[in-house]
Design a protein around this ligand. Sequence first.
Ligand code: FEO
Length: 389
Amino acid sequence: MKAVEVKKDIYWTGVKDWNLVDFHGHLTPHHTTYNSYVIMDEKITIVDGAKITLSDEMIERVKTVVDFSKVSYIVVNHVEMDHAGNLPELLKLAPQAKIITNLAAKMGLEEHFDTSSWEFIIIRTGDEISIGKRTLSFYPTPMLHWPDSMVTYCKEDKILFSNDAFGQHVCDNTIFASELPMDVVIAEAKRYYANILLPYGSQAEKALGVVEKLELDTIAPGHGCVLQGDEIKQMFAAYNEWDSVENKGSAVVVYDSMWHSTEKLAEAVKSAFDDLSIPVKKICLRDIHYSQAIIEIMDAKYVAVGTPTLNNEIYPSVVAFLTYMKGLNPKNKVGFAFNSFGWKDGVAAKVQDYFTALNWQTLEPFAIKYNPKCDGLNKIKEHLKKQIG
Ligand code: FEO
């Protein structure tokens, strides 16, 4: 229950969601944290709140550092309910506290809560507020990933409170990345980026341009581990790579199957990529969640999607994947649709429509009736190799 000192007089007072395995639709195998921080200065400041269901835990942790009656400010970096859900509870305990946030966030909070008794200080980009020995400055990062998102910087401590940016769904006994394998932290940051920030790559690039200029030795995100020193450089390098629309030239084959026909086609498609020496991964949506597929798609050039026909439609699990992917809007891909149908052709074209909506290049789709025997499997391989090779 104790708070954890991140830097002198700056405490982590967040909560750990040990049981979370699904964060609004994407899987979180390492669970998550909702990080808040208390800055002990002349004007005691809380940075961000927590999900309402874990509010009591956050409140008890804050109380190990400070009595709520002494809190002057609560900084709201983001309105989404995993960070702002317990604001009414915090303000019940600290009604004298002023909310520091941006205009879009104020409007968002007004949509969620009765804010009639809340006092706001509205900041704009680069505004500074002195809290005593320290100065906080604020940088809105709109659409990274909500209109209200922003980050808060303290120059005296060289610390950035980055909220969702640079976050990872990692929950462990430590809150410091230095105590965990960094490859796990980066992999979870990538999962986070792929499933939440991917549609906003240009905004992420712009925000990175701003924060890279700040003198930093600590990043205190809204989820997962606190980054220090060289870990920050590693995270910035990873974000620079993910923000880019460049791909690594690899391929992903994503499919589901009813009676193993599409599965056989998927294996043949994979084997065609192997023959072309294109690194390829195969993902069956029956076994692997689509939020995992998105991580692979981030790096890929070719995205091959296979579906059986069910009642003249794309198979439901494949529709779910395509819908999810369309929302995340991965760019600069080449799509290939393949299909096994029973008595009516046409579903591969429906898959192709998703690629077109994403402005991808497309390859000529391939469909085959019922079970693709040896001849059919050779046909799809040659069909693909002819178009790529
Ligand atoms: Fe972690 Fe967009 O909330």
